[in-house]
Design a binder for this molecule. Structure first.
Ligand code: DLZ
Length: 163
């Protein structure tokens, strides 16, 4: 439930800041598309539920999770957003590719958070099986996209208050 924004030191962790004037970018990987669409739908619905106008939500697609870094960087540079959410799903296979993609995207998004002023929220599932990803993208373990959207609102608010 959105409440009137207070300053940072008064903030209650259980409430979600007023998000109606924020703009969000969402970068979505096309690999494991059924999962990333579920995560996107959860994130989009949570932003709308918190009064973010639909036209303030900018979605871009990229091929795979590794490309989320570049997609987020260009989103930050060109779209005047208050926070970016990156959405991907990497599932363990027979080769070491899983480790390289997970390591690359995690470090890349971390670097963006260190180097730029706009928060980038990490919504990349790194699971052993497809079922684990199904369970976390709108299944029995909820939707990590929803959690990412709430994190994005909170971080946009922190940036605004700390500017
Ligand atoms: C190549 C690859 C593999 C094997 N697995 C996944 C995956 O599970 N999830 C994902 O998002 N992307 C995967 N990719 C694609 C890489 O992220 C990337 O798109 C390619 O290596 C091209 O840079």
């Amino acid at each position: 439930m959105a409440t009137e924004n207070k300053n940072l030191s008064e903030y209650d962790k259980n409430s979600v800041p007023d998000a109606r004037n924020f703009r969000f970018g969402i970068v979505v990987a096309e690999w494991n598309e059924t999962i990333t669409e579920g995560l996107y739908n959860g994130a989009f619905a949570a932003l709308i539920e918190n009064q973010v106008p639909a036209q303030n939500i900018i979605r871009w697609n990229v091929p795979g999770s590794f490309e989320l870094i570049y997609g987020a960087k260009k989103m930050l540079q060109t779209q005047n957003v208050d926070a970016v959410i990156v959405i991907g799903c990497v599932i363990q296979g027979q080769t070491k590719h899983f480790d390289f993609v997970c390591e690359g995207v995690t470090q890349g998004i971390k670097d963006l958070n260190v180097q730029t002023d706009i928060p980038v929220i990490f919504c990349v599932l790194t699971d052993n099986t497809m079922q684990q990803s199904i369970d976390r993208s709108g299944g029995i373990h909820g939707n990590k996209g929803t959690e990412a959207a709430i994190a994005a609102i909170k971080m946009a608010f922190i940036r605004q208050q700390a500017s």
